[in-house]
Design a binder for this molecule. Structure first.
Ligand code: AMP
Ligand code: ZN
Length: 458
């Protein structure tokens, strides 16, 4: 199995540390409903997990739920996203967190995204974070200012290695800094001191405060996966700041590389541009459902583009995905009771092509192409079984019946059927036969059942 490692910018052979693959995935900040772009990121995470499982690995996956400390910018500026949502929506921060975490979990289920083995809430791990920051300060990587504890990136010379930015470029890219107590413009907060009005705050060696967003992932990955683990996933937006900062914290503490493979999912655009609230195009899964697109149609739509490519969402593309997904279910279903004696060689050919695709950097679009080709074979239960085996990776619920739109039977046909039922009760067989012919002339067939009937379009 080969995967693209953002750190080395190469596809590499995947060699796990042990028998159980250890994986950390940056999870949602629960201050709002997740939009379909967010959900693409978790479908990507799910594909990685499913391919690993298909290859026989057991998994220990961790995903965080950020319910504190994520400021409006990925730097250290602006308000805490949770507190802003709480103020605007007139709900407590805990209520906001509970509500949007639940909504997120519902979306995971709807989209058939398998939950990582461990879901870790930031607010349940404040002590681990404080401990982590204290150690970094003791090692000389952290320093105190009037508003918090900052990481001193000048002490970590390889800062920027994930994004390939050198420190000078990173600094040039950093916005004009208002905090002149920072030694370096790109130094970032490990811990923030809380003003009195700040709602979420905890006791720490530096007074009341709350953790920085980046420390959350370093502390929780260490707690559950140790000082070295296999795979870390996230979105491409995490590369230049969040993950650089995570690397700096973790490697400073451990004195060695802590993540072997970094994997990042590309963004989704809408109508060729950014998704944004002001454009009114930040759709949720529920929005799609209300417009007649099932979560599985959306999943199918996402799986047709490789995770490292930008995906452009349009409603016409969703219409195409809806038709294709429905056709796919129909074709799979046709194989269910197929009797063609498909040979083992034929099955092996498709199995090999499928494995080659998924093991070449999780190439799900290519694997879907293999499935479509395979379904063109004469109908066979063996093909059906193999399609369901492939579905362990796709997660497209291919065993479900295609939803066929049933057009209602016209009222005049029903009226004739009812009349016929009455005639049969009277044992008036001549009238019954006459009515059957009338129904047939209207294009329907009536089938007698005990005490009733079925009527079908011819
Ligand atoms: P957030 O809740 O804002 O921290 O984002 C949750 C996840 O969604 C992160 O992994 C982001 O990288 C990802 N994400 C945000 N916007 C998009 C987008 N337009 N397309 C794909 N992924 C996104
Ligand atoms: Zn993270």
């Amino acid at each position: 199995m080969r995967i693209y490692n953002t750190l080395t910018r190469k596809k590499e052979e995947f060699v796990p540390i042990g028998n159980t693959v250890t994986m950390y995935s940056c999870g949602p900040t629960v201050y709002n409903y997740a939009h379909i772009g967010n959900m693409r990121a978790y479908i990507f995470m799910d594909s990685v997990r499913r391919v690993l499982k298909y290859n026989g690995y057991t998994l220990k996956g961790v995903m965080n739920i950020t319910d504190v400390g994520h400021l409006l910018s990925d730097g250290d500026e602006g308000e805490d996203k949770m507190e802003k949502a709480s103020r605007e929506q007139k709900k407590s921060v805990y209520e906001i967190a509970r509500m949007y975490t639940e909504a997120f979990m519902t979306d995971l289920e709807k989209l058939n995204i398998g939950k990582p083995e461990i879901i870790a809430k930031a607010t349940d791990h404040i002590d681990d974070m404080i401990d982590y920051v204290r150690k970094l300060v003791d090692l000389g990587y952290g320093y105190e200012t009037s508003d918090g504890i900052y990481f001193d990136i000048s002490k970590f010379p390889s800062y920027g290695k994930l994004s390939g930015l050198d420190l000078e470029n990173q600094i040039a890219g950093a916005r004009v800094d208002v905090n002149d107590e920072k030694r370096h413009p790109a130094d970032f907060a490990l811990w923030k001191k809380a003003p009195k009005e700040h709602i979420m705050q905890w006791q720490s060696p530096w007074g009341m405060g709350y953790p920085g967003w980046h420390i959350e992932c370093s502390a929780m990955s260490k707690k559950y996966l140790g000082d070295r683990f296999d795979i870390h996933t996230g979105g491409v937006d995490h590369i230049p700041v969040h993950h650089e900062n995570e690397i700096a914290q973790s490697e400073a503490l451990e004195g060695h590389q802590t993540v072997n493979y970094w994997m990042h999912g590309e963004f989704m655009q809408v109508d060729g541009g950014k998704m944004s609230k002001s454009l009114g195009n930040t759709y949720t899964v529920a929005d799609l459902e209300s417009k007649g697109y099932s979560p599985m149609t959306f999943r199918y739509f996402c799986l047709n583009t490789h995770y490292r490519k930008t995906l452009n969402f349009t409603f016409s593309a969703m219409d195409a995905a809806k038709t294709a997904y429905s056709r796919l279910l129909t074709l799979v279903n046709e194989h269910k009771n197929g009797t063609h004696p498909t040979t083992d060689e034929v099955l092996k050919k498709y199995r090999d092509e499928f494995s080659a695709a998924i093991n070449d950097d999780i190439n799900i679009p290519l694997a879907l192409g293999v499935l479509w080709n395979m379904l063109k074979e004469p109908t066979s239960t063996k093909i059906y079984d193999l399609a369901l085996d492939f579905d362990r990776v796709f997660g497209l619920r291919l065993d479900e019946q295609p939803k066929i739109e049933v057009s209602p039977v016209p009222e005049n046909v029903i009226a004739l059927c009812e009349k016929r039922l009455a005639a049969r009760a009277e044992k008036d067989w001549a009238l019954s036969d006459k009515l059957r012919d009338e129904i047939s002339a209207l294009g329907y067939t009536v089938i007698d059942k005990k005490g009733g009937y079925d009527v079908k379009k011819q």
